[in-house]
Write a protein that binds this ligand. Structure first.
Ligand SMILES: Nc1ncnc2c1ncn2[C@@H]1O[C@H](COP(=O)(O)OP(=O)(O)OP(=O)(O)O)[C@@H](O)[C@H]1O
Length: 257
């Protein structure tokens, strides 16, 4: 197993945002985490990446309990994520945005950066060529010099993925990567996530685009009001009465809201 979440709970005051949730992800899987708005999906990401401490339970990554580690340590261990709202540096070029991600893995300290030692220059070359390779991987090679704010929406999302991949993760967490994308951009995203999987990276995905989730994921867990109500293959999930009820219920609520 790459990741095991065991009886995870997170309370915000009186609200149980995540309640007794367990699931395991095998190496190389694309695992979907779905559920209506407010079900606790992003909170689950925040628990895995140690942005918040667990109220109780455990997160085991590659056989190691990673509870309480600082978020940067979690990145070093091999978990990286993207966010629901794009968090690029808007004025920096696409290449510079990815270089920032590669830097997290580099060895040079601040002093060697200031004095630009030979080893630091060599490292910078390596960082730039790695960034170029990643831009090519996500289909943005021709946009290296374009500032992030001038990229199309789908391109910005792919740039975020390139930056997350820059730290060489074993487990990549994607929070609603298809949000706001048109059909062509979503198709490109599908291909990209499959390519990431073929590199041996395990993917955990939060996504509301159900056709994409069903096409992409090997297995899916469904949250509703903080609890896991189902887990299985896309076909099993699509036919699960509790899942159908959770989604129809939320649609009805929206209709009458
Ligand atoms: N930092 C926080 N403080 C207090 N309550 C929070 C916090 N973060 C999340 N919540 C609450 O926890 C519940 C779960 O929220 P969460 O964002 O995890 O849901 P979600 O499934 O990701 O929803 P969406 O699909 O809308 O992004 C919600 O009721 C939310 O208001």
């Amino acid at each position: 197993m790459v990741l095991e979440v065991k009886k995870a709970c997170k309370n915000f005051g009186g609200l149980a945002a995540v309640s007794d949730v367990s699931f395991s992800i095998q190496k190389g899987e694309i695992f979907g985490l779905i559920g209506p708005n407010g079900a606790g999906k992003t909170t689950m990401f925040n628990l895995i990446t140690s942005m918040f401490p667990l109220s109780s339970g455990e997160v085991i990554f590659k056989e190691e309990n990673i509870n309480g580690l600082k978020p940067n340590k979690i990145t070093e261990k091999g978990i990286c994520r993207t966010f629901q709202n794009i968090r690029l540096f808007p004025l920096m070029t696409a290449e510079e945005n990815v270089m920032v991600g590669v830097h997290c893995r580099s060895k040079s300290g601040v002093l060697s950066s200031v004095f630009r030692t030979k080893s630091q220059r060599k490292e910078e070359e390596h960082i730039r060529s790695r960034a170029t390779e990643l831009l090519e991987f996500v289909g943005l090679k021709d946009f290296a010099e374009v500032s992030a704010e001038n990229l199309a929406y789908g391109q910005q999302r792919r740039l975020e993925i390139a930056r997350a991949m820059a730290s060489d993760p074993n487990l990549l967490l994607l929070d609603e990567p298809a949000a706001g994308m048109n059909e062509t951009e979503t198709d490109d995203l599908f291909q990209l996530i499959k390519k990431i999987q073929s590199r041996g990276v395990t993917v955990l995905l939060i996504e509301h685009d159900m056709p994409l989730v069903m096409k992409l994921c090997d297995r899916i867990a469904v949250l509703n009001f903080g609890k896991k109500i189902a887990e299985g293959t896309p076909t099993e999930i699509q036919n699960n009465p509790q899942v159908i009820e959770a989604y129809l219920g939320s649609e009805e609520e929206e209709e009458y809201a």
